[in-house]
Design a binder for this molecule. Structure first.
Ligand SMILES: Nc1ncnc2c1ncn2[C@@H]1O[C@H](COP(=O)(O)OP(=O)(O)OP(=O)(O)O)[C@@H](O)[C@H]1O
Ligand SMILES: [Mg+2]
Length: 510
């Protein structure tokens, strides 16, 4: 008998339907199971798990017959153990242990344990999304992944704990109750982070961080050891605006295919904050591998990528971020074609001004030679620096300020201003899918960043004196737009542009 069961493959962030065909017959060599369409090692392992799971669940594995399993289409690359459940149900159906046709229009996913219980699989969210778009009515997934699938509305999601439970459901004895579908954002407290109130002094840097968070811009902090650069970056999650449901689903999809969704968190509701170590590889940063997985720049999508001690990163690795930073997405080419992952992140970078750390410090002499300093700074290329909107110097905080008992403004109150500025931005963009000023392209810049005559005059002078590139010009305009939004004014005024320009001055030249 032949049985056909629906399943799916995940490629990049997208899912595609896979049909699992199982044929069980008397003729030919009995006792041999062939699986067509999976890599060899995966076939062997899956066969073993399916056989054991069926027997240990109290059903019979037709060992005295010939079993052929075909995962179609053949040219689609498939991996992993997520087909176990569909194969097992196919075997039981083709051998007459489940009524035929009971799973029409459904997708099954799940890895089997030898005892028949179902294990978590990655990529359930993109599969559920594909199922809805293809008018598939139901999905059967491991209990651990059911809430994730149920984020997609109009899809019947059945949580399955064991193979036996699903068989009994299909035989019509004990029904599994589907989950109520549809994602809802629960109001979330901001994540635990250093509170801005704990940071003494550094008013200039704190203001710059507020602008960065309000408009989704990039930033570089430069300063001596112990000035508080790492501390301030770690305070940023506490002032980031909340994710919209749409954004939360985007982020969750990336974490789902990366198999990084925390247990009990079907929907990611906090903006990511990623701080990779400087020994990270190319593939680790931008994504890649034999089965391409998202890298840190995609894991930071809609959130922050913090590169602490940026000159310590391999400069060739840093350079691969250049195109993704412009495109807000990364394309990975492979033999079978290319894959795109979103990578719309805010870059926050920190560095010392020189190898010893004290160049430009008023109280402590720098011991580096000019050559050493130049070599150190050259590790971050001009084109990369050009993509950073806001450059600030973070000096050491004098003792008098550190010892003061007064607390600064709290993260909560800064966050409220940032939320208000974001509301203004979204209202301006209308149903354009842009989320913040950093997302503006040339068309939006022309439309939303018109300058009055006096402001234009300042821009003209600055372009000439600061030798700004066209890219820098556009980036300065966006920052000025954000500063005006924080103030709640529609027109960009001279003092908004002046502040934006002042963030553009690079680290002290030698
Ligand atoms: N402005 C500040 N307010 C309160 N505490 C501070 C401040 N600056 C630094 N500190 C204290 O000093 C510690 C070290 O600061 P931090 O690690 O942020 O320095 P850094 O600028 O990253 O230095 P490095 O260049 O060596 O990485 C902090 O954990 C904090 O305890
Ligand atoms: Mg540090």
């Amino acid at each position: 008998m032949l049985a056909k069961i629906g399943s799916a493959a995940v490629l990049g962030l997208e899912a595609q339907p896979v049909e699992v065909e199982v044929d069980v017959r008397q003729s030919g060599q009995a006792g041999i199971t062939t699986i067509v369409g999976l890599p060899d090692a995966a076939v062997r392992e899956s066969t073993e798990r399916v056989r054991a799971a069926i027997r240990n669940s109290g059903f019979s594995f037709p060992g005295n017959q010939r079993i052929t399993v075909n995962l179609a289409p053949a040219d689609l690359r498939k991996e992993g153990p997520a087909y176990d459940l569909a194969i097992a149900i196919g075997v039981l159906s083709a051998s007459g242990q489940i009524p035929p046709g009971s799973l029409e229009g459904a997708i099954l996913m799940g890895e089997l344990s030898l005892d028949g219980s179902l294990r978590h699989v990655r990529g359930v969210l993109p599969v559920a999304d594909m199922a809805r778009r293809q008018d598939i009515a139901a999905m059967f997934v491991p209990t651990a992944d059911a809430a994730e699938a149920a984020l997609i509305p109009e899809l019947e999601v059945y949580p399955v704990a064991t193979l036996g439970e699903l068989v009994v459901h299909l035989q019509g004895f004990v029904a599994i109750t589907p989950l109520a579908p549809g994602a809802q954002l629960q109001p979330q407290p901001p994540p635990p982070a250093v509170d801005f109130a704990e940071i003494q002094g550094q008013e200039h840097a704190k203001r710059a961080l507020e602008v960065v968070a309000a408009g989704g811009h990039n930033m570089m902090m430069s300063g001596p050891p112990g000035a508080g650069k790492t501390l301030m970056a770690r305070a940023v999650p506490g002032i980031l605006p909340a994710l919209s449901l749409e954004e939360a689903l985007e982020v969750t999809r990336i974490y789902s295919v990366s198999d990084m969704l925390p247990p009990d968190t079907p929907l990611i509701q906090q903006r990511p904050f990623r701080a990779p170590h400087h020994t990270i590889s190319n593939a680790g940063l931008v994504g890649g591998g034999q089965w391409p997985r998202p890298g840190e720049i995609s894991l930071a999508h809609r959130g922050v990528l913090f590169l602490d001690e940026m000159p310590e990163f391999n400069s060739r690795v840093l350079e691969v971020m250049r195109q993704p930073m412009e495109d807000k997405a990364v394309t990975i080419s492979r033999a079978q074609g290319s894959l795109t992952f979103p990578a719309n992140f805010m870059l926050i970078a920190a560095m010392n001004p020189c190898p010893c750390g004290y160049y430009g410090d008023p109280d402590r002499a720098c011991t580096c030679s000019i050559g050493m300093i130049q070599r150190y700074r050259k590790r971050i290329s001009g084109p990369l620096l050009d993509r950073i909107d806001i450059h600030i110097e973070v000096p050491r905080v004098p003792y008098e300020k550190l010892a003061k008992a007064t607390r600064g403004e709290s993260s909560a109150s800064i966050r409220a201003r940032i939320e208000a500025a974001r509301v203004r931005q979204r209202a301006r963009f209308g149903n354009n899918s842009l989320a913040c000023n950093a997302d503006m392209g040339p068309a939006e810049l022309r439309q939303f960043c018109t300058l009055g005559n006096d402001v234009q005059a300042l821009m003209r002078t600055a372009m000439r004196q600061m030798h700004l590139s066209a890219r820098a010009y556009h980036r300065v305009l966006k920052v000025a737009r954000t500063i005006a939004d924080l103030e709640g004014t529609e027109a960009i005024q001279v003092h908004h542009l002046a502040e934006a320009l002042q963030y553009r001055t690079r680290m002290m030249d030698l």
